[in-house]
Design a protein around this ligand. Structure first.
Ligand code: TYD
Length: 201
């Protein structure tokens, strides 16, 4: 649903290891310096459903794919009610690390139709801008395993990441802006700023 609230909703999307988490605080600082009140947040949240989702990272098969999808949606409903809407009503800029395009891409890669998933999310305020951070699957895997020194969790296996990446690349909605996230941090930051400027007030 399109929102007519005084705030702005800017969401960060893409496969794992694209550097979203580095870029969000850089944009938050930039916007704060311009005098905006900024809220940085993320999905899955740390709420009741978000915690259940985190348990799935190690044992994804412990719930059905329908139940998994419903958990992400329940988490989002709670997040919107408790944080996103109140902030938008107050005229704040909300920067959200992952939102419903992640559900379209990840649960889409798990067998659902991505556009059907987007329809299930019509209760959610539409982002003013969704930045899709793009890197190759090789870069993503490299950054997850070498950069963070982590093992791949159940959402991050190569085959499924390739499917997720393809869905992200095929999404076509008017509020999507694509960011080449293979570039150095400063350059990516400049592209992010250029992409969000048109929706600032
Ligand atoms: P991530 O941003 O990596 O969170 P954290 O750093 O806190 O672990 O997101 C966790 C995983 O959840 C990620 O691999 C993508 C997945 N995910 C979905 O499958 N569907 C969704 O709707 C969302 C928001 C995330």
């Amino acid at each position: 649903m399109k929102h007519e609230l005084p705030g702005r909703l800017i969401v960060f999307e893409g496969i794992d290891g694209t550097g979203k988490t580095t870029q969000i605080p850089l944009l938050a600082d930039y916007l704060t310096n311009l005098g905006h009140k900024v809220q940085v947040t993320r999905e899955p949240t740390t709420g009741q459903y978000g915690q259940k989702i985190r348990e799935l990272y190690v044992q994804r098969t412990s719930v059905s794919r329908e139940e998994e999808l419903q958990l992400f949606i329940a988490d989002r409903r709670e997040h919107i009610e408790q944080l996103v809407m109140p902030a938008l009503e107050k005229g704040e800029i909300v920067l959200c690390d992952r939102y419903y395009l992640s559900t379209a891409a990840y649960q889409g890669a798990n067998g659902f139709d991505p556009m059907e998933i987007i329809k299930l999310n019509q209760f959610a305020p539409e982002p003013d801008i969704a930045l899709i951070f793009e890197v190759s699957v090789d870069t993503s895997l490299e950054r997850i395993t070498n950069g963070r020194g982590e093992q791949l969790n159940d959402f991050e296996q190569e085959e499924s990441l390739t499917r997720v990446s393809r869905i992200f690349s095929e999404l076509d909605l008017p509020f999507i802006r694509r960011i080449n996230a293979e570039k150095p941090i400063e350059e990516v930051h400049r592209s992010v700023v250029e992409a969000v400027k048109p929706v600032l007030f």
